[in-house]
Design a protein around this ligand. Structure first.
Ligand SMILES: Nc1nc2c(ncn2[C@@H]2O[C@H](COP(=O)(O)OP(=O)(O)OP(=O)(O)O)[C@@H](O)[C@H]2O)c(=O)[nH]1
Ligand SMILES: [Mg+2]
Length: 401
């Protein structure tokens, strides 16, 4: 699973990326600081099952702090998009290529209104961030439309001559774009055009197809960034009026808190609504003032910096993923090296035992016999549908997991 950070230049995408991945990619107050995309590992935060079972865990693929499990997924930070990017303006379409494969997008806007549509600095409160919301969705739709048009003759031929359903034909011609057959079917069904005569569809119909596909297959969540600035407040409500899902975010605040926590100056976990100073004596007066300001302007007003909140929303609400813990033995809840609850996997809702096996190893999946549910101790067939927080032992002729 891949989540993409998108937006016009200078909205704080790289700051958000650094805050989520603890990387240090360049950040600056001018447009196009990021040129090549950055791909890194971010985490969602979930209550771990260790407390329910009263065990000390030894996480391997994830980490667990005070009963909360942080589970990894890939996050990509891209170059800023400007109007006309789909036809090559700004840094153009190489990034659209990367973005179009992401399962969900976090669209960061500068809610303080301190950057124009091209990302140049202007006085706070003078740009309307609502414009950013519509422009980006339009750019993406036009980009998808371009790709669909390129393959339309081929797609139409398969339908009209080989009698393939339109969704299946699109699934083949757009195979690089990571759309599921179901997403394509849902899209085709909701368009009022004859799916058996794609040769008659007009350019405008392809744009409608692209827009619908985007809505069906690429959830976009809006991060109203820079809410530490007073000018952001009224803009958040205005953006919400569009009906989009909007999270108030302060990426700089999250970065500051995570850096301070890393240096053990404060106790703070991503997603917390407050922090505690560990050793007040170690903080400079400036740091004390900065933290106090951050608490007043961001944490008490919004209940957090919004970074973890938006990541969790993207994975669990927009994409509907579940967490599953594979183990080698349901009694010890451990793997073969005796690590208790070593791994937590993110899987799409609807995943089956066999899908979990496939995530672990193709050999394990190929030779699967059955699985055991650690809570009920029941035997599960490979086609059994997994539930959120399931702990599963897979029994495979390929050996213990
Ligand atoms: N006040 C405030 N400023 C922020 C916040 N996040 C980022 N910034 C500032 O916004 C400017 C741009 O940040 P970047 O992270 O480089 O933005 P970007 O979207 O990656 O920019 P490009 O790579 O040029 O597209 C920098 O001056 C950041 O310090 C925030 O939460 N609050
Ligand atoms: Mg950047």
């Amino acid at each position: 699973m891949l989540i993409g950070l998108v937006g016009k230049p200078n909205t704080g995408k790289s700051t958000f990326y650094n805050a989520s991945t603890l990387a240090s990619v360049p950040v600056a107050s001018y447009p196009f600081t990021t040129i090549e995309p950055n791909i890194g590992v971010a985490h969602v935060r979930r209550k771990c099952v260790c407390e329910e079972f009263g065990v000390e865990d030894n996480p391997k693929n994830s980490y667990c702090v005070e009963g909360d499990r942080f589970i990894p997924f890939r996050l990509v930070d891209t170059a800023g998009l400007v109007p006309g990017a789909w036809e090559g303006r700004g840094l153009g379409n190489r990034f659209l290529d990367k973005i179009s494969r992401a399962d969900a997008l976090i669209h960061l806007v500068d809610a303080s209104g301190a950057t124009d549509l091209e990302g140049n600095l202007i006085p706070p409160g003078t740009h309307d961030p609502l414009e950013d919301v519509t422009f980006l969705e339009d750019e993406l739709a036009r980009w998808f439309e371009g790709i669909i048009s390129k393959y339309w003759t081929k797609t139409a031929k398969k339908v009209e001559m080989l009698k393939r359903p339109l969704a299946a034909s699109l699934h083949e011609t757009l195979s690089g774009l990571n759309f599921s057959l179901k997403q394509l079917r849902d899209t085709v069904e909701s368009i009022d055009k004859d799916p058996y005569k794609p040769g008659r569809w007009k350019k405008n119909d392809l744009l409608t197809l692209a827009r619908t596909l985007l809505r069906v297959a690429r959830p976009i969540i809006i991060g109203a960034n820079k809410v530490d600035m007073v000018q952001a407040e009224e803009n958040i409500e205005r953006i919400r009026e569009t009906g989009d899902v909007v999270f108030p975010v302060s990426a700089v605040s999250e970065l500051a808190l995570r850096k301070a926590a890393e240096r053990k100056l404060i106790h703070y976990l991503p997603g917390d609504s407050d922090f505690a100073v560990s050793a007040p004596g170690d903080l400079s007066e400036e740091q004390v003032r900065g933290l106090k300001r951050l608490r007043e302007r961001v944490l008490t007003r919004f209940g957090g910096t919004g970074v973890q909140q938006i990541l969790n929303h993207a994975v669990f609400k927009a994409l509907d993923y579940i967490v599953v813990y594979p183990v080698s033995d349901v009694d010890s809840l451990a793997d073969t090296q005796r690590n208790v609850l070593p791994d937590a996997y993110l899987l799409p809702e609807g995943s089956k035992v066999i899908d979990l096996a496939g995530e672990i190893h193709s050999e394990i999946a190929a030779k699967i016999i059955y699985a055991i549910d650690a809570r009920s101790r029941r035997r599960l067939s490979p086609s059994h549908k997994l539930k959120d927080n399931d702990i599963i032992q897979i029994v495979s002729a390929a050996g213990p997991v």
